[in-house]
Design a protein around this ligand. Structure first.
Ligand SMILES: Nc1ncnc2c1ncn2[C@@H]1O[C@H](COP(=O)(O)OP(=O)(O)OP(=O)(O)O)[C@@H](O)[C@H]1O
Ligand SMILES: [Mg+2]
Length: 263
């Protein structure tokens, strides 16, 4: 079982879109994939269509969640097996999140081994999946640290925009610090997202990222594609929503690269 953490403390760079569609792409190729939503915003849980079955009031407030979720796993030691759910994509499973996770970071501060709560939880499902992909919140707080402590591969989505590389040094430093608790962690790769072929800026970012990260940058680049932003509002993966879109083609290629590189 290979564990990936999709992280970048910068917001809106495509972490959730990548977790969802890369995971779906890998699952479609016959690998068993577990997605973990580690963001209190729970965008992954709604984008995959999970939260739609509950009335909005009950999952979109900080009150108690109407379903078991990652908060229970991290804070109450609920076994992860009793929390993950299947999705409408065969082979693709989800550990959902809920807004109540927003309080977890503070609750964790006084807990023993607070950096490795997720790692411990995942040890129970060791070998049940081919891949686990963790979607992080846009910060380097304890939730992201838990993901980095549990994973073997840090995967960084980088938006093809101005300031794309800013802040990456901090993320890579955090990764190096985590190696103290988790020596297995390495930089697995970087994914260029929201590429716009009409702008020179996008091409410049691609060049800078490739110069800096060399072969760690995946060949497949995710284009800016409106279908990718529409699909989650229907609770669908890009393959269910528009399998011929440029976004679907990119995530399918990326899934192939992932399987070749890691699985
Ligand atoms: N390749 C793309 N083309 C067009 N829109 C995209 C693309 N990737 C993501 N988006 C849209 O951009 C927004 C941010 O993407 P996403 O939620 O995946 O980023 P994130 O890094 O998870 O954000 P956050 O830091 O808030 O968790 C969303 O509205 C999403 O639908
Ligand atoms: Mg997100």
């Amino acid at each position: 079982m290979e564990i990936f953490v999709i992280a970048n403390q910068k917001g809106g760079v495509g972490k959730t879109t990548t977790t969802l569609n890369l995971g779906a792409g890998i699952a479609k190729k016959g690998k068993k994939v577990l997605l973990i939503d580690l963001d209190p915003q729970a965008n992954l849980s709604s984008g995959i269509g999970f939260t739609q079955q509950f009335d909005k009031e009950s999952w979109n407030t900080e009150q108690q969640a109407p379903y078991k979720n990652i908060y229970d796993v991290i804070i109450n030691s609920t076994p992860i097996r009793s929390v993950f759910v299947s999705t409408s994509t065969p082979n693709l499973f989800l550990v959902p999140s809920h807004l109540s996770l927003a309080g977890a970071e503070i609750e964790m501060v006084s807990m023993i081994s607070r950096e490795t709560l997720l790692k411990k939880a995942l040890a129970e499902v060791k070998d049940d999946f081919d891949a686990v992909i963790i979607d992080c919140p846009p910060s380097l707080g304890l939730l992201t640290i838990n993901a980095l402590s549990a994973a073997e591969n840090l995967v960084i989505p980088i938006q093809c925009e101005y300031f794309a590389l800013e802040g990456l040094g901090q993320l890579i430093n955090t990764m190096k610090l985590i190696k103290g608790v988790n020596p297995d962690l390495k930089l697995g790769g970087v994914i260029l997202t929201m590429f716009d072929s009409r702008t020179r800026l996008s091409s410049n970012v691609v060049k800078d990222v490739r110069d800096f990260f060399k072969e760690l940058a995946f060949d497949s680049i995710v284009p800016r594609n409106v279908r990718l932003s529409e699909a989650p509002s229907y609770g669908k993966t890009i393959f269910q929503y528009d399998r011929k879109s440029s976004g679907a083609i990119a995530y399918n290629n990326l899934a192939k690269e992932f399987i070749n590189r890691f699985l």
